[in-house]
Design a protein around this ligand. Structure first.
Ligand code: CA
Length: 222
């Protein structure tokens, strides 16, 4: 599920965008000034940023310079409809722009296009009732996002990519923790337990006696 940051100081417009995007299935966060946006961008990873140019404090152009260091795609939202501003916006490195006032349908179409372009290498794995979105590191079960730690996510991916194979604790540990195995089986066990619980996969992730674990997947279930 793609996560989008809406940077727009006009609350009504921001809320309208948020509602439309949410309905379409995106996860949205809002920032109403440049300062807050910069903080959020520093601490989070977004699949896309919708960026108003005219903002109090740090404006959209300044923010864009900052965002460019993160490689997150940007769509400029601008009230200034002149060609000059559009060209300036794109030259500054935005991926697209949209001029206010706009139709929500148009915005959604542009959002989809930019996301598709960026997610060319996207890998999306569907297993049981769970969807693993690799680039955004999000996991959703029956449409509901499951919060996993980085290690839990990597462990999940490792199990899925090696489904139906009995994996030694040592193999799991060395792959996920990138460290030499020094009998750290309990670390693996703990993470497996967390993963089972969070995904309700108690009966899917099997304990293999004296070996480790195996994710059991019936071919018909994938
Ligand atoms: Ca504005």
């Amino acid at each position: 599920m793609s996560k989008i940051l809406i940077v727009e100081d006009e609350e009504a417009i921001s809320n309208l965008i948020r509602m439309s995007l949410c309905k379409t299935g995106y996860i949205c966060e809002q920032a109403f000034d440049g300062e807050t946006a910069a903080d959020l961008i520093a601490e989070n990873s977004y699949d896309l940023i919708l960026l108003d140019i005219m903002l109090p404090g740090i404006d959209g152009y300044e923010l864009l310079d900052y965002i460019k260091t993160t490689e997150m795609p940007v769509i400029f939202i601008t009230a200034m409809g002149t060609l000059d501003d559009k060209v300036k916006g794109l030259r500054a490195g935005a991926d697209d722009y949209i001029t206010k006032p706009f139709e929500m349908m148009e915005l959604l179409a542009r959002v989809e296009t930019v996301l598709r372009r960026y997610h060319k290498s996207e890998e999306r794995i569907t297993i049981f009732d769970t969807v693993i979105d690799v680039p955004s590191r999000t996991v959703t079960k029956q449409g509901k996002q499951i919060m996993l730690t980085l290690k839990e996510f990597e462990l999940l991916l490792f199990l899925v990519r090696n489904k139906n194979i009995a994996l030694y604790r040592e193999t799991i540990y060395e792959n996920i923790w990138q460290n030499e195995y020094m009998g750290d089986g309990r670390t693996v066990d703990l993470h497996i337990q967390r993963l089972r619980k969070k995904l309700h996969w108690e009966d899917k992730i099997k304990t293999v006696y004296k070996v480790g674990y195996r994710l059991e997947v019936d071919i018909a279930e994938v």
